[in-house]
Design a protein around this ligand. Structure first.
Ligand code: FAD
Length: 396
């Protein structure tokens, strides 16, 4: 430990125990003792009235704790018995990682309703750990975190992935903290380092200006969340064989109870992340009414309306429509960017779209570097023309 206690000086007053954010100090034989959870934050040094705690030369990180850990796990999120699409995307990347590591891919399915666990096998899982219990009916951090922690401690997987959804973002950090391992949020790419077998966790950093590769070499499992629509699904195989293992949620408790879930009702939205066609608007709209024209175009395709952060910040459209680094990541077949300049923070949220059509009156706008098709002009002329032409071709 880089922090030590002089037992002769220690009076056993426990002030240091209360000051430690990592529960790394215990009382042994009436004297403070530092345990292996010490993160060398030094918070205890100034608290000790006897000056009994002191810093020593920092030590090398402990040797890898990787032995005995194997297998790739993905958390298969579901609501009301329907598995969300991010679970199938995680199976796609999970399968590749498991094949590279020559290990098994397992999916974790928690809930109370009937769910077709076999579907997870058809999408690539070798095993599904299926926990069906009333306590898991509605998502709730406490029982979900307890159960996942318990399973990880029992089975010791080397990698655990979940969607960077409100659910994954909420309970996975709790699990990582309980088992004292690292967690990389919002990864956009994952692969295995061929030399060390470590998981290379890649994500944008510093406002999207660099791509950081993050490692968790000393602790297991390696945990990461992945945004929906970033990874591609794998191969669907109706003949794929796999095992479904029923898990009991015995001993799992919750101090809180979900009384009711109320779905948000929205006027102009189709689920952005599920939409095949998205028509997005930015500050170039100049006015919230501009979104009505975009909604008309989106409606013709059964698509959704998106926006840049600038339009959200202006108060023209709710945040749930925002695409980009601090909004949603989307991957539609066609993405229209209307009056959007193409800032890197917007691009990271839509650059995987199959076709990008940019409408901007500035021919130098960076969005044109990314666009499959670029239209230089005023969106208030071009979008109505597109609507008119599409209506004509549909005969409406
Ligand atoms: P602008 O950059 O102002 O561009 C407006 C464009 O409209 C211009 O190119 C202009 O030529 C064009 N235009 C104007 N009038 C017309 C017209 N009549 N017809 C056609 N074109 C017209 N941004 C996001 O979008 N999503 C994010 O998640 C996000 N996260 C961020 C996170 C951080 C930490 C930071 C620092 C920034 C983030 N941003 C995000 C903001 C981002 O940097 C840009 O400021 C923002 O994307 C700009 O939005 P915009 O393209 O709509 O506006």
């Amino acid at each position: 430990m880089p922090v030590k206690v002089d037992r002769d000086k220690c009076s056993g007053c426990k002030d240091c125990i209360a000051s430690c954010p990592f529960e790394a100090i215990e009382l042994q034989d009436g004297k403070a003792s530092i345990n292996e959870y010490c993160q060398a934050c030094m918070a205890c040094l100034s608290v000790c009235p006897e000056g009994a705690i002191f810093e020593t030369e920092s030590e090398e990180p402990k040797p890898q704790k990787a032995e005995g850990y194997s297998g790739v796990w993905i958390f298969a999120e579901q609501r009301s018995g329907k598995v969300s699409s991010v679970a199938y995307e995680l199976l796609g990347i999970g399968r590749r990682l498991a094949d590279d590591l020559k290990t098994e891919l397992s999916a974790l399915l928690f809930g109370a309703e009937e769910t077709d666990a076999r579907e997870l096998i058809r999408w690539g899982a070798d095993k599904v750990y299926h926990a069906k219990d009333n306590i898991l009916q509605n998502f709730n951090d406490e029982p979900y975190a307890q159960l996942l922690t318990k399973l990880i401690n029992e089975h010791r997987p080397e990698i655990v992935l979940a969607g960077a959804t409100p659910i994954g973002r909420s309970f996975l950090p709790r699990v990582a903290a309980r088992i004292r391992t690292g967690l990389t949020a919002d990864c956009t790419s994952l692969s295995i380092d061929k030399e060390t077998g470590n998981l290379l966790q890649i994500r944008p950093a510093f406002g999207g200006n660099i791509m950081a590769t993050i490692l968790c070499p000393n602790n297991r499992p390696q945990m990461a969340t992945v945004r929906p629509r970033v990874m591609k699904r794998g191969q669907y195989d109706t003949n794929r064989a796999g095992e479904i293992i029923d898990i009991k949620a015995d001993g799992i408790t919750s101090r809180t109870k979900v009384i009711e879930s109320v779905k948000e009702v929205s006027d102009i939205t189709v689920n952005l992340q599920e939409a095949d066609i998205i028509v997005s608007g930015g500050r170039g709209l100049g006015d919230p009414k501009g979104f009505k024209i975009l909604a008309e175009l989106a409606d013709l395709f059964g698509g959704a309306v998106g926006s840049s952060r600038a339009a959200v910040d202006e108060g023209w459209i709710p945040y749930r429509h925002q695409v980009g680094q601090t909004g949603k990541t989307v991957c539609p077949k066609i993405y229209f960017a209307c009056g959007i300049s193409g800032a890197v923070q917007h691009l990271v949220g839509m650059q995987s779209s199959d076709i990008i059509i940019a409408i901007n009156r500035n021919p130098e706008a960076p969005i044109f570097n990314m666009a499959s098709f670029g239209i230089v002009g005023d969106l208030y002329e071009i979008v109505p023309l597109l609507v008119k032409k599409i209506k004509e071709s549909k005969g409406t």
